[in-house]
Design a protein around this ligand. Structure first.
Ligand code: SF4
Length: 383
């Protein structure tokens, strides 16, 4: 949620224990026994903390249903980091029969000046929806909506606005007198996104977020409490590294791999990735590498087809100097090319069905443009 907002006092810290303490979160490992068939991101502790997910499990064990809300700011293509998050959301849907809501916040991208016009965001909104739906979501219990195309959202936002203050929002988001009023109102719209399943269907909600976004959820929880709604629960992930070792960002294309990157681009990007290798084969043989500080190894854990046993082998071979970075990069490239080839096929199959996932009419002219582009990339990708 709120990808383009700037946090003021939130550290992009990897001292996760400190953030868990500071935000008053709980570790997922403490409730792992209650989570059957955990997603690889949960098993591998990429998603590692939570707020009230135990309460969601309590409700589910009593036969009650719940919803997952996971938003996407449509100002760019979808990359592997986004796909990873939405594969967790899909796992929640499959595992707990959860109803999924995916707000596509064209309004957010517009007011924060990440796109020039709302129609540009609409193209990305539908394109992103196709990428997300291609992960295998169930039509009847998955609902996409573009913020400005779903009028009830405005009513919900206005209703919620009475339950917070400008100073609360200012303290969280760091707005100033120069901030445009659309941006100031947007946090309330985001709260309406999150509470929409509660408002419309009385469903409790869980939201997967990166750990630094926890203050945004707290705003919505405060509003929910005042309205006597179930306070939205959250699942917190660690920061995802880009190929250069810095945070992955769609606005820095070389740090991420997008679903429409062709094979040559994927190879080129991974070849430049930051590793924990020693720099020379002789040193690597002698001292071994450092997989704990290696983006390629992190990506094996997050995005590859590798089992836990495979990962152990890679880890141990690296440490003992029996594995070299070139080999890892080749294997990771092969995995990602295989994953994306299959992904694009599924995306293409959804072109004529994507409207079934939306809470409002879909602009078929835009969908047709996406289909034309997709046909080209399917051909180019394999060259
Ligand atoms: Fe990373 Fe593989 Fe190099 Fe080890 S050998 S540092 S795991 S790329």
């Amino acid at each position: 949620m709120g990808e383009s907002m700037n946090t003021t006092d939130l550290e992009k810290s990897t001292d996760y224990d400190r953030l868990v303490t500071k935000f008053g979160l709980s570790y997922l490992r403490n409730i792992m026994k209650r989570i059957k068939n955990p997603h690889t991101w949960i098993r591998r502790e990429i998603i590692f903390a939570h707020r009230d997910f135990d309460k969601i499990l309590d409700l589910r064990e009593k036969g009650k249903r719940f919803s997952v809300v996971s938003g996407r700011g449509p100002s760019n293509k979808i990359h592997l980091g986004h796909l990873g998050v939405f594969s967790v959301v899909k796992w929640i849907q499959d595992e707990y029969d959860a109803e999924v809501y995916i707000p596509l916040s064209d309004d957010e991208k517009y007011v924060f000046r990440k796109i020039n016009g709302l129609r540009d965001a609409l193209y990305y909104a539908y394109d992103n929806a196709l990428d997300i739906a291609a992960l295998g979501y169930k039509t009847k219990i998955t609902h996409f909506f573009v913020s400005t195309k779903y009028p009830p959202l405005y009513e919900y936002s206005v209703r919620l606005s009475r339950y917070t203050t400008f100073s609360t929002i200012k303290a969280i988001f760091g707005f100033t007198h120069d901030t445009n009023p659309g941006a100031i109102f947007y946090p309330i719209v985001q709260s309406a996104h999150i509470l929409l399943p509660t408002i419309e269907k009385g469903l409790p909600v869980v939201v997967p977020i990166a750990i630094d976004q926890d203050p945004y959820i707290r705003l919505t929880r405060d509003i929910a409490e005042r309205l006597d709604y179930f306070k939205p629960a959250a699942l917190h992930s660690k920061f995802l590294s880009g190929l250069d070792g810095k945070p992955m960002s769609a606005s820095k294309p070389e740090t991420a791999i997008f679903t429409d990157d062709d094979n040559k681009t994927i190879k080129r990007k991974i070849w430049k990735a930051l590793t924990g290798g020693q720099g020379t084969l002789a040193k690597q043989r002698k001292f071994g590498g450092n997989p704990d500080k290696c983006v390629v190894y992190e990506w094996f854990r997050a995005y590859s087809l590798r089992s836990d046993d495979d990962l152990k082998i890679i880890y141990n071979e690296c440490k003992s100097g029996d594995r070299f970075c070139g080999q890892c990069k080749k294997e990771l490239t092969k995995d990602i090319i295989t994953i994306l080839k299959e992904h694009r096929k599924k995306k293409m199959e959804l072109i004529n069905k994507i409207d079934q996932f939306f809470l409002h009419d879909v602009d078929m002219d835009i969908i047709n443009k996406i289909a034309e582009h997709l046909e080209k990339i399917v051909v180019n990708a394999n060259e």
